[in-house]
Design a protein around this ligand. Structure first.
Ligand SMILES: [Zn+2]
Length: 268
């Protein structure tokens, strides 16, 4: 069975199709999906959908491109959402210097503050880093003592050298559609080198559809393509890789593991 550790099924306009999208993923063997917020309303929608839908778990937090929408009191709201048994991480958080006129100072401050929030809540972090590897590493190093529950570099797209630095900090490395792209030689190297107990897979739906679906709206069932590419690159059997990633997901997200454990017990 496959797990999509990072999908945005919580855009308002996508909600009417959400049950269908999840059902199609389950038919493809994708039995668990972590739906990720990027601000307070999207985090609240992710929490609500996770409450309704057995396959869904969620992360709540402020994406670096949305930090200016954060108001006093919002952290309390995020914390309240994450008190749900299906709230598994603070995220996505991090740094994104891709666009012009980014407020780097505000992003850094919010990144550090949300690492602190994760520590206070006893949860891991889900990290977005785009065109900002040096500062992301610096903030993680400066806040290492607060990364008590670890975290994941979501949609990793950096160099093998950068990946090594994140691994040294105890982070998991999650691969998305870009690892299937034909010009992804650097990323191929990273996929081969990440230790098996630190690798994860995701779609980052609705973005970054994998080959050969590149350019289409991405959905969680497509995570199977990411698994297939990772298995081929690493010379592993698909099933063995899937079992390993499931183990990794349970180590990184203890609340997800506990919920599934309880569900199994509840169903005898
Ligand atoms: Zn994302």
């Amino acid at each position: 069975m496959f797990i999509d550790t990072h999908a945005h099924l919580n855009h308002e306009e996508d909600l009417p199709r959400l049950s269908e999208t999840v059902a199609r993923a389950e038919e493809a063997g994708v039995k668990t999906i972590v739906c990720v917020g990027w601000d307070l309303p999207s985090s609240a929608r992710a929490a609500e959908e996770a409450r309704r839908c057995p396959a869904l778990f969620f992360a709540a937090g402020f994406h670096p491109s949305d930090v200016n929408g954060c108001r006093a009191g919002d952290f309390d709201e995020i914390a309240a959402l994450l008190s749900s048994p299906k709230g598994v991480a603070v995220g996505e958080i991090g740094l994104d210097y891709h666009y012009e006129n980014t407020d780097e100072r505000a992003q850094k401050k919010m990144f550090a503050a949300q690492i602190e929030l994760a520590d206070a809540l006893g949860l891991p972090v889900c990290i977005h880093s785009r065109d900002a590897a040096a500062d992301t590493l610096q903030i993680l190093r400066d806040n290492r003592a607060k990364l008590t529950r670890g975290g994941v570099m979501h949609c990793f797209s950096g160099s093998p050298e950068t990946a090594k630095e994140y691994l040294k900090l105890g982070m998991y490395i999650s691969f998305a559609g870009p690892v299937t792209f034909k010009n992804a030689r650097k990323l191929d190297e990273v996929a081969k080198m990440v230790p098996k107990d630190r690798i994860l897979a995701e779609t980052d739906s609705p973005y970054l559809a994998p080959e050969p679906l590149r350019g289409t709206k991405n959905v969680p069932e497509n995570v199977v393509r990411v698994y297939e590419k990772l298995a081929a690159l690493r010379g592993e059997e698909l099933e063995a890789l899937a079992a390993q990633i499931e183990k990794n997901v349970c180590s990184l997200f203890p609340k997800l593991a506990a919920w599934r454990q309880n569900g199994e017990n509840a169903h005898g």
